[in-house]
Structures are given as structure tokens and as C-alpha cells.
Design a protein around this ligand. Structure first.
Ligand code: IPM
Ligand code: MN
Length: 369
């Protein structure tokens, strides 16, 4: 974050001040609690006027009532909220992930959150898993409303030796073009030099062809931004071998899901990675990229940094770039001081790691928030 909003910074921040807070399952509530301490502090000190409304949708609620997300809730979010701050979904008692699919994927699809914005930035060299120290600072844009996630397909002769399963991978011209254009726009306005598009068009010929043609066409509108293409297997290799070659990456839903976990590992692990699910100018969703991690739930060990970072990203989206920058600076300072949870080599619990960030919150002129 560079002092001006990084995302959707074309004065299209929603006007509503209402934020839906959905902690979800597992470690979700613990990490969101830390993010909320930061948000409430900044909201009060800087008089942002944000109003937080908590929603208890999660696995417990689903198991108790059979309802994953109440009727009309999606419309309420769409009409009345500026943003959604979400923890995590996933619970071993619901192996088919029905409630997670209804809530998380439901919001991505029904609110048309077509941009999955997942920055990969090494906050401190100590966190790098790579032997050689390399620059790791790029952004992955994952298409978020199409691809293998549309759930098209089915089983034929299920349960018999002749069973056939078909799972479609859907790309539309409109869907591909808007995410690619957003990646170029972002590179252009944030001063990043290049956009890499990644797919697997040597095998997935039809969808891949649509992606590559669209990429080349949109690239022509941005002569100031370099562009190149990598097959996704090569991308995975280069992200580890030469991460410094990337500034902006754009890819489809499934490949984006996979390479953003790799990206998370490059910046210190799933605990620190943040994401935005964005529809510019509309209600958008911010969440750490980790899941519910049930085995760590309730133990005060989960790393709250991914959630805190996501809170900063949400403020950035809402037009509060300076406040977002203060949060990022506070996170970096806490990490550099080693005041972190164990996954980052520290000794603190979730709450204390949140506290460490909170006490470092200052404004540009160094006044405490
Ligand atoms: C993510 C997650 C989700 C996804 C799961 C929980 C459905 O892995 O946000 O990356 O696959 O998109
Ligand atoms: Mn994932």
C-alpha cells in the first residue's frame, strides 16, 4: 500500500458505512476478534463512521438450524453494506462443505465479486522460506466467479464400475476480459511494470485460447505495461525459483486458488496472507486466505496477521488509504520485532500478537491512533 488506495481507487468506494462482520468457523472468530480491535481503534480515532454489524453464520448455526444463510441475506448485503469482513469457513462435521459453499462461494458468485485480489509481499526477510533472499512483492488477481467453480457437470452411472464424472471449466469472454483489464489497470495505476497471464492452454485448448486472445487484445490498450504468458506449471516453478520476476499475475479461478497458497508460503505462510473479493464500487468481501484450521481453534495459537491485513485492505478499498498504511506499518513493525505467533517464529498467542500490532498503530506524523 502506497498512501493512495491500491484497489478500486477510482472514487468508486461504496457510500454505505455498514460493515458486515462474519467470523465463521474454527479459528475465524479468534483472528477476526483481533482484526476488530484494530478496526474499532482506527474507526474511533479517525472518525471514519463505520458501523459494524455481526452475523453468526457458521457451522454450529447450520447444524442447529439447517440454514446456512438466511433468505434475503444476500440482498440485504448487496443493498445496505459497503463491505464484508470474514474470518474462515470449514468444519469437519460438514464434510461436503455445504455451508461454506453457500456462504463464501455464494457471496463470491451472487455479489459478483469477480476480482480475487491476493497480494504476495514479504514483510520481513526472516519469513522467507527461500534459501536465497529475493524480492517478493507482487499481486495475484484470481478470477473469482467462473472456471471450475461454477459447479457444472455431473455423474453418470454413479457408484457402478462404469461411472463417468464430468466437471466443466467455464470461461466467458466477459468474465475473462474484466479480470484481465482490472489487472492491467491496476499495474498501470500502481506503477507496476508487467502483467503475467497464466493458464494451461497447451492442454486446455478452448478456454486457454479465449484467455490468451483476450490477454493479447487487452494488452494493446496498455502499451506502457509489459506483458508475458506462462503455463501454470511453469508459473509455479518460477514463483519459487525467481519470484522477483513478477509484479502482477492474472489467472483463472482454480489455478489462482492453487498458486495463491504457494504465494502465501512465499510470504511466511497461510497465517499472514490476506485477500479481497472485489466488485468495484459494490459491497466487497475481505478475508484472510487461510481456512478454519479446526485443530488450532480455541487454543489462542492462530496467527491474526492475515485477518488484520485483510482489515487494512478493506479500509483501503473504502477510501481510507492512510489508515490502511498505518495498519500495514504496525504489522511490519510487530513482525520485525519478533512479536508474533509461533508460525512466524515468535512466542505470542493470537491475542497478544493482535495487541503487539495495536500498540504500534500510529499515524503518518507518528501520533498514536
Ligand atoms: C480460498 C479457499 C476456497 C476456494 C475454499 C474454502 C472453497 O481455498 O478462498 O482460496 O477454493 O476458493
Ligand atoms: Mn484456497
Amino acid at each position: 500500500m502506497r498512501g493512495t488506495p491500491e484497489i478500486a481507487c477510482d472514487n468508486r468506494a461504496p457510500v454505505s458505512k455498514k460493515i458486515a462482520v462474519i467470523p465463521g468457523d474454527g479459528i475465524g472468530p479468534e483472528v477476526i476478534a483481533q482484526g476488530m480491535r484494530i478496526l474499532e481503534r482506527v474507526n474511533g480515532a479517525r472518525r471514519l463512521g463505520l458501523e459494524f454489524v455481526h452475523f453468526g453464520w457458521n457451522a454450529d448455526e447450520y447444524l442447529r438450524t439447517g440454514v446456512s444463510i438466511p433468505e434475503g441475506a444476500m440482498d440485504d448485503l448487496r443493498r445496505n453494506y459497503a463491505a464484508i469482513y470474514l474470518g474462515a469457513f470449514g468444519d469437519p462435521r460438514i464434510p461436503d462443505m455445504k455451508h461454506a459453499a453457500d456462504i463464501l462461494l455464494g457471496m463470491r458468485f451472487q455479489l459478483d465479486l469477480y476480482i480475487n485480489y491476493r497480494p504476495v509481499k514479504l514483510l520481513d526477510e526472516r519469513l522467507s522460506p527461500l534459501k536465497e533472499k529475493k524480492k517478493i512483492d507482487f499481486v495475484i488477481f484470481r478470477e473469482n466467479t467462473e472456471g471450475a467453480y461454477v459447479g457444472m457437470g455431473g455423474n453418470f452411472k454413479k457408484g457402478t464400475p462404469d461411472e463417468i464424472a464430468v466437471q466443466e471449466d467455464v470461461s466467458t469472454r466477459k468474465g475473462v476480459e474484466r479480470i484481465i483489464r482490472y489487472a492491467f489497470d491496476f499495474a498501470n495505476r500502481s506503477g507496476r511494470k508487467s502483467v503475467c497471464m497464466s493458464d494451461k492452454n497447451n492442454v486446455m485448448r478452448f478456454g486457454g485460447d479465449l484467455w490468451l486472445r483476450t490477454f493479447e487484445e487487452v494488452a494493446r490498450e496498455y502499451p506502457g505495461v509489459e506483458h508475458f504468458h506462462l503455463f501454470v506449471d511453469a508459473l509455479a516453478m518460477q514463483m519459487v525459483r525467481a519470484p522477483e520476476m513478477f509484479e502482477v499475475i492474472v489467472t483463472n479461478n482454480m489455478f489462482g486458488d492453487i498458486v495463491t497458497d504457494l504465494g502465501a508460503a512465499l510470504q511466511g505462510g497461510l497465517g499472514v496472507a490476506a485477500s479481497g473479493n472485489i466488485n468495484p464500487g459494490k459491497v466487497s468481501l475481505f478475508e484472510p486466505i487461510h481456512g478454519g484450521a479446526p485443530k488450532y481453534a480455541g487454543k489462542d495459537v492462530a496467527d491474526p496477521i492475515g485477518a488484520i491485513h485483510s482489515a487494512g485492505m478493506m479500509l483501503d478499498y473504502l477510501g481510507h488509504a492512510a489508515e490502511a498504511k498505518s495498519i500495514e506499518d504496525a504489522v511490519v513493525a510487530a513482525v520485525r520485532a519478533g512479536e508474533t505467533t509461533q508460525d512466524l517464529g515468535g512466542k505470542l498467542g493470537t491475542r497478544a500478537a493482535g495487541e503487539a500490532v495495536l500498540k504500534r498503530l500510529t499515524t503518518k506524523d507518528n501520533a498514536a491512533i
